[in-house]
Design a protein around this ligand. Structure first.
Ligand code: 5GP
Ligand code: ZN
Length: 152
């Protein structure tokens, strides 16, 4: 049997403190490797955060073994939100990976956001949206990403 490793934690990380029950949180789900709890400043009622129990600042810091479980927990929470009786006709998953992407807490987390018609949410597209690049440009971009993937 494989030994169970304890979650890696960082003392001044608020989400690690929640994992260790050193800070309060309204927890909705927990298993061996993941935790789901309500966002302290919800964008909408039921706004839930899903984290790995082991500290990792960015998505790419997660090991192969710990990236899958956070998506599985987000899937469970999304299904539960639809059944919860809270206004929820649909769900958005959101993950800010890095400061420029809006990340404020540097312990990787999915936001699970209940959605319904007229909820007032919107995504503002960035500069450059709206054009259809030539295939050669798309292929050049894809090549850069493929090469970077080969280095992993
Ligand atoms: P980010 O911008 O990093 O994607 O999102 C961080 C989220 O964590 C924010 O929505 C913020 O409201 C939430 N948050 C920050 N501090 C705490 C806390 O102490 N407890 C909980 N439950 N959520 C927090
Ligand atoms: Zn942490």
């Amino acid at each position: 049997m494989r030994a169970r490793s304890l979650p890696v934690s960082v003392p001044d990380c608020i989400f690690c403190r929640i994992v260790k029950r050193e800070a309060p949180a309204s927890i909705v789900y927990e298993d061996e490797t993941t935790l789901a709890f309500l966002d302290i400043r919800p964008m909408i009622t039921g706004h839930t955060l899903v984290i790995p129990k082991s500290h990792a600042a960015y998505l790419e810091d997660l090991s192969k073994d710990s990236s899958g479980p956070i998506l599985e927990t987000a899937r469970k929470v999304a299904a539960a939100l639809r059944r919860s009786g809270l206004p929820c006709e649909a769900v958005n998953l959101w993950l800010a990976n890095g400061k420029a992407a809006g990340q404020e807490v540097f312990h990787v987390h999915f936001h699970v956001l209940p959605r319904f018609g007229g909820d007032g949410f919107g995504i503002r597209a960035g500069r450059g949206y709206g054009r259809t690049p030539e295939r050669t440009e798309l292929d050049g971009t894809a090549e850069k990403i493929r090469r970077a993937l080969e280095d992993q």
